[in-house]
Design a protein around this ligand. Sequence first.
Ligand code: FAD
Length: 497
Amino acid sequence: MSRAIKKIVIAGGGTAGWMTAAALSKLMGEQLDITLVESEAIGTVGVGEATIPTLVFFHRLLGIDEAEFLAATQGTYKLGIRFENWRDLGRDYLHAFGVTGKDCWACGFQHFWLRARQLGIAGDFGEYCLERRAAEEKKFSHLPNNGLNYAFHFDASLYARYLRQFSERHGVTRLEGRIERVDLQPDSGYIRALKLDSGREVAGDFFIDCTGLRALLIEKALHTGFESWSHWLPCDSAVAVQTESVAPPVPFTRSIARESAWQWRIPLQHRVGNGLVYASDYQSDDAARAQLLDNIEGKPLIEPRLIRFQTGRRRKQWHKNCLAVGLSSGFLEPLESTSIHLIQQNIVRFLRFFPQTEIRQIEVDEFNRLADFEMERIRDFIILHYKVTERSDTDFWRHCRQMSVPDSLAAKIDMFRETGHVYREGNELFVDSWQQVMLGQGLVPERYHPLVDTMPEQELADFIRQIKAGVDNTLAGLKEHNAYLDGFLSGAMRRAG
Ligand code: FAD
């Protein structure tokens, strides 16, 4: 379609809608006229409070002040996720954000560690990862040159509110109202306008669907189609509740595997976010609710909320003059806190491919190809946690162990088992994480790279010891997480006067 894109309409004001509005207004606000429509009566999904380190860079791109953001959202720092009972009952590990050990040109650190482990001269894999050790010791500090990889936990509704203020300051117009109809242009099938319950019409050149699981534009109006991945990821429901804090917040998320489900705990400054993700084929809603309430620590602050979802992706994230961002684009369960990352990826990719003068199909196709690849790799990483387990105590876990997995994942598992290698393909998100989770889930490679055998045993011992000493040394300089957070926030307030 040959037409300059000037007027952008964002449908929906959850995390996806306001992140999109914030980025477009800050980075292209002078060239665009941006309107966001949301309905307070419908509200937002109300979860989505744990993130991964890429959010730090998104905030830097937008010039968001970290202390101001943490204060506004009751945020805390996050260094990783502790997976409890995932490998087997009573067997825990921590998937941390950092890099473990030190690679050499020919092979990754895991090869050196595997031989050292066989020789009895190495500790747990995680001992060589600063973020993992800091999380375990509940420590945090900012280090120069991004020396400590971190992300955040935050209150999702406060985050949307914070980004709303940010976006309105940068010129976004917010309209309150329920979208009742999506009007298409008869010739092209492009979206022409949204019709609100007030009778108002909101026309635009380009529409961003942030209407959450409803997917009002990309699916209900444009019928783009959905590819289900529920045969690989059997969970389809969640029950969520917020509780009072009973202890200072720790700098990691907890993911606790249950009989046919897993439970999250996300510590914020003022409360804890809790939820149980479960498979309704294996557990009733009442049983899930009871299991969640039996396993929380503080007093509930709200009634538990039930959320149904279907795992999978929209067949096209960008179709005609509509881009899906957030839950409207597909859903992967929050096991590795990747949804907000996928939101920002679609936003940043859209900015790169921004159709200044016209929408070119070649760009749309490339956008969709990159988005598909990214989401498939994250999907594989999530399935890995279910597939590679030693649990066989319930039908659910027996099913997970036996289920088939995507070929791309099967190849990755076989490669690691047989050779110890993990290869990064294209721009995929997780790298070191694969080793951490595969080893954590009990998958130990059968061999290591032969290069490692050329290293004399004493040299290997020194190499391993030096890495550990480096981690110990940096760790000693970090502060207790909560004390650091308090100091960081009050320091920033003092500076702001
Ligand atoms: P929503 O929050 O549902 O927002 C939809 C918006 O559209 C709302 O403003 C709504 O009012 C509006 N809307 C809908 N219909 C209409 C209409 N007819 N008219 C006008 N407005 C309308 N992600 C993470 O990264 N980390 C996590 O820890 C995490 N945990 C999760 C746990 C669960 C159980 C679930 C289900 C998701 C989780 N996610 C997580 C995903 C995360 O919650 C979402 O990616 C994020 O909140 C974005 O949601 P959204 O903005 O797309 O949708």
